[in-house]
Design a protein around this ligand. Structure first.
Ligand code: TXA
Ligand code: MG
Length: 342
C-alpha cells in the first residue's frame, strides 16, 4: 500500500511531476473524477487497469487540454469533429476516431485501431495536462463495477493506498459520464448517452444513430457498455415518482424487515415518511440536472456511509434528454429491476 496524498489547486506542479514519473493521479472533471496516468507511458497505463480492477479489453479515454493536441493522434480530423469540438470542448463530449498507427500505446486503445478523446471542462485538470505536457488517460476513478466518483472522497474510498494522489476539485457538476460519439464509422453513432444529446449533435453531422438503434445481437461497440456497472452492494430497485406508491413500497419492505434506503426528490422523501438517516435527496425541485449530479453520490452515500442497507429505492425520470443518460446509468445500477408490489 502507498500513501495517497490529497492535492489541491496549489499543488498542480506536484501532480504534474507525479504524472511524468509514471504515477497515478485522480483528477476532477465536470462529469466524474478520472483516474489519470500519462497516456504515452504503457507501464503507467497498465497500472490504471490494475488499480481499478478493470478488464484490459476496455479502452480508455485520452484527455487533452486543447483540440490542437488532437492532430498528434488523428489525421485527417473529420470536419464535423472540428465543429463539434468548437461547440462542445471543453465539455462532456468524447469522440472516437481512427488513430495514426503507433501514436498511442496498445494499452490505451485496448488493441483497437481507434481511440476516444475529450477535453474536460475543469480548470485544475486543464492546468494539470498543460503542466505535465502529456495527454492523460482517464477512466472513471472508481473500483470497476462501482458507481463513478463525483467527489475526491469517493475516489479515496475506492482507491486510497493504490494511487499516488487525488487532485481535489470539489464535487463534479454534471455527475454522469460524457457522451461517447463514434466518428470512426461512416455514420456516427452515440455509443453512450450523456449530457450532450442527439439534438445537440444533429446540427453538425448529416446523419447519426444511437446505440439503441443497433440490432440487439450486435457486439457492444463501446466495450465498457457490456460490463456490470454502477452496482452498490445493496440491491437497487427503480420506482416512478408517484408518492402514494412510495409510501406503500416503503411500508411493505419495512414490514418484511428489510432495511430500506430512499434516493428520491425532497418531496417524495417527505411524503413517504422514511427516516432522514436512510434517505438522500436527489433533488429539491425534481430537476433532472440536479438528480443526475446526485445519482452516484446518493448511491454511494446509502451504500457506503449508512450502515447495513439491504435495498435502495431510486426515483426514475422520463427517458429523454438528460433523462436518457440518467436512466441509462440507473438501469445498469438496478440491473433493470423495478420495485413491483406483490
Ligand atoms: O466523463 C467521462 O467520460 C469520464 C471522465 C473521467 O472523463 N471518463 C469515463 O471513462 O467515463 P470510462 O473509461 O469509465 O468510460 C469510457 C467509455 C467506455 O465505455 C469504453 O469502452 C469506451 O468509452 N471507449 C473508449 N475507447 C473506445 C474506443 N476506441 N471505441 C469504442 N469505445 C471506446
Ligand atoms: Mg467508468
Amino acid at each position: 500500500m502507498m500513501d495517497t496524498v490529497i492535492l489541491n489547486e496549489d499543488n498542480i506542479e506536484e501532480a504534474a511531476t507525479l504524472i511524468k514519473a509514471g504515477e497515478l493521479v485522480a483528477f476532477p472533471t465536470e462529469t466524474v473524477y478520472g483516474l489519470g496516468a500519462d497516456a504515452t507511458q504503457a507501464t503507467a497505463v497498465k497500472q490504471v487497469y490494475a488499480a481499478k480492477g478493470r478488464p484490459s479489453d476496455n479502452p480508455l479515454i485520452v484527455h487533452l487540454s486543447d483540440v490542437t493536441e488532437l492532430s498528434q493522434f488523428v489525421d485527417p480530423i473529420p470536419e464535423a469533429a472540428m465543429k463539434l469540438a468548437e461547440a462542445f470542448w471543453p465539455g462532456p463530449l468524447t469522440m472516437i476516431f481512427e488513430v495514426k498507427p503507433g501514436s498511442l500505446p496498445a494499452e490505451v486503445t485496448g488493441g483497437l485501431s481507434t481511440a476516444a478523446f475529450r477535453v474536460p471542462d475543469h480548470p485544475l485538470t486543464l492546468a494539470l495536462i498543460q503542466k505535465a505536457g502529456v495527454p492523460l488517460v482517464g477512466p472513471s476513478a472508481n473500483t470497476s463495477g462501482k458507481p463513478s466518483p463525483t467527489s475526491a472522497q469517493h475516489v479515496s474510498h475506492d482507491l486510497s493506498g493504490k494511487i499516488a494522489a487525488v487532485l481535489d476539485g470539489g464535487q463534479t457538476s454534471v455527475g454522469i459520464e460524457s457522451t461517447v460519439l463514434d466518428l470512426s464509422v461512416p455514420e456516427p453513432v452515440i455509443l453512450r448517452p450523456g449530457k450532450i444529446i442527439g439534438s445537440d449533435i444533429a446540427p453538425f453531422v448529416s446523419r447519426f444513430s444511437t446505440k439503441n438503434d443497433l440490432p440487439a445481437d450486435s457486439q457492444p461497440k463501446a466495450p465498457g457498455m457490456k460490463y456490470q456497472h454502477y452496482s452498490p452492494d445493496a440491491k437497487v430497485l427503480m420506482m416512478p415518482a408517484d408518492e402514494k406508491d412510495w409510501t406503500a413500497a416503503v411500508k411493505k419492505l419495512v414490514d418484511q424487515d428489510k432495511s430500506v434506503g430512499v434516493l428520491a426528490s425532497a418531496e417524495i422523501i417527505q411524503g413517504c415518511g422514511v427516516d432522514s438517516q436512510v434517505s438522500f435527496e436527489l433533488s429539491q425541485e425534481d430537476d433532472i440536472s440536479e438528480a443526475s449530479r446526485q445519482l452516484f453520490a446518493g448511491l454511494r452515500f446509502l451504500d457506503e456511509v449508512v450502515p447495513k442497507i439491504d435495498l435502495i429505492l431510486v426515483q426514475t425520470y422520463e427517458d429523454e434528454g438528460l433523462g436518457n443518460a440518467y436512466m441509462n446509468r440507473l438501469q445498469k445500477s438496478a440491473d433493470n429491476c423495478y420495485f413491483i408490489e406483490q
